[in-house]
Ligand binder design. Structure first.
Ligand SMILES: Cc1ncc(COP(=O)(O)O)c(C=O)c1O
Length: 430
């Protein structure tokens, strides 16, 4: 039982239980009774957190569960003068008092636990400018610690590998990456005492390579314009390094079913808790396909009428394959992290209702519009997804709600899509 007070003198008594599963956003059960509001419902953690930070409510007393599930009493104090300080102290319980129990309750044990729990944000200008009457919400997955949605997948896969014993203490993690999975792997390695060796195609941004190296990873840059089966491709190079490195674990995001599983278990349920019953369509880019496939599978199980829409760059094989199951000759393109030149098991086409093909130019210009007109600094593949959402949005009536996944941060592309000289050089800008 704790008390919740709102500004303007309103008081509310709230019952809730805080489930400490930081990687998976769990809503808080709450019950409100006061003179002005009555009700029972679920309050997503990010709403509570935002409300606390904005001083719209504050907590005084609470019951929380310890990691092993045994409940104990705790007091949560908000320092109103410091505005954002939240401290939690364990109440003295008769016969209890194990200090270890207390210490784990109010902070994450390491940075990898701070993944997920990403809010939904409404686009205020772009839908109207593009003639879309439906509401468009974005899920800025770049708010994850290394600035991308891939934190979810990589850390889920690696935790499973530790559990199964495939990743041994002090071992080496090897992966082929377009940069985002690599950053997540490198973060996990740095935080937990592993070595990371990553291979990346040479078209990827300098910022991504430098980020992986900043975490202490060894990075091998490979040619982009070679077939995937070439021994020089980033994929084959990564596999060779894995074969040659003792005690190494290969993440294998294109084949690892824990890729889909991570989004089925975290991103999908998180969105359902945030907006279940109040949205009609999910839009996302497809690289390995893990994000859209895992979220799509979960959401379709909850409500089969939710439309799952994929966005694919021109040059990739997915759009045509989704249309008529033929595989076209791929060509290189500049958008990073999405599209593919081979079919891989981490994508589940059965949950994808519609696929749009978006050019590099449209993706980058839309990414810049998202930044300049909405204040949301996201990368090129976010531009691809928003472009697809706005195209699809024209087919939806007012009152319908679209959720778009924004996979990574624009900070990763300051030297490219946000650099006018680069954009002009590539003919994406007049
Ligand atoms: C920038 C970017 N966008 C989108 C994606 C696609 O995510 P997924 O591999 O889950 O399809 C990736 C994946 O690497 C990415 O790096």
């Amino acid at each position: 039982m704790f008390f919740l007070s709102r500004r303007q003198g309103k008081k509310a008594e709230v019952e809730r239980r805080l489930d400490r599963s930081p990687a998976i956003a769990k809503p808080l059960d709450f019950q409100v009774t006061d003179s002005t509001m009555k009700g029972y419902g679920k309050l997503p953690q990010h709403i509570v957190r935002n409300a606390l930070w904005n001083n719209l409510l504050w907590l005084r007393d609470d019951t929380v569960s310890s990691p092993c599930g045994a409940p104990f009493q705790a007091t949560i104090k908000i320092d109103q003068t410091a505005n954002r300080e939240i401290t939690m102290e364990k109440k003295q319980e008769s016969g209890a008092g194990n200090p270890q129990e207390t210490s784990e309750e109010y902070y994450f044990d390491d940075i990898t636990q701070a993944i997920g729990d990403i809010p939904l944000i409404k686009l205020r200008r772009l839908p109207e400018e593009y003639g879309v009457k439906a509401t468009v919400l974005v899920k800025p997955e770049f708010m994850n610690p290394t600035g991308s949605v891939k934190d979810r997948m990589a850390i889920y896969v690696l935790r499973q590998a530790v559990k199964s014993g495939e990743l041994k203490p002090g071992g080496t993690i090897v992966e082929a990456t377009s940069g985002n999975t690599g950053a997540a792997v490198a973060m996990f390695a740095a935080a937990n005492g592993y070595k990371a060796i990553l291979t990346i195609p040479d078209k990827m941004s300098r910022e991504k390579v430098d980020t992986m190296r900043a975490f202490g990873a060894e990075v091998h840059i490979c040619p982009t314009a070679v077939p995937p089966e070439s021994p020089d491709s980033y994929y084959e190079t990564g596999k060779r390094i894995h074969r040659e490195t003792k005690d190494s674990y290969w993440v294998g995001q294109y084949f690892n079913q824990n890729n889909i599983e991570s989004h089925y278990r975290t991103t999908g349920p998180e969105l359902w808790e945030q907006a279940g019953g109040r949205f009609h369509c999910l839009v996302g880019g497809i690289g390995t396909g893990g994000t859209v496939s895992g979220m799509g599978k979960f959401l379709k199980e909850k409500d089969p009428s939710i439309e799952i829409v994929a966005a694919d760059p021109e040059g990739s094989i997915y759009y045509q394959y989704h249309k008529d199951k033929t595989i076209i000759e791929p060509h290189t393109y500049y958008v990073e992290g999405i599209g593919e030149d081979l079919l891989c098991p981490s994508i589940d086409f059965s949950v994808i209702d519609k696929c749009y093909q978006i050019s590099d130019k449209e993706s980058f210009l839309m990414g810049r519009e998202l930044t300049g007109k909405e204040g949301i600094l996201a990368g090129g593949s976010s531009g691809t997804a928003v472009a697809a959402a706005l195209r699809h949005g024209k087919t939806l009536d007012e009152g319908k709600v679209i959720v778009v996944v924004l996979p990574d941060s624009g900070l990763k592309y300051i030297s490219k899509m946000f650099n006018d000289d680069w954009m002009r050089e590539k003919d994406f800008l007049e």
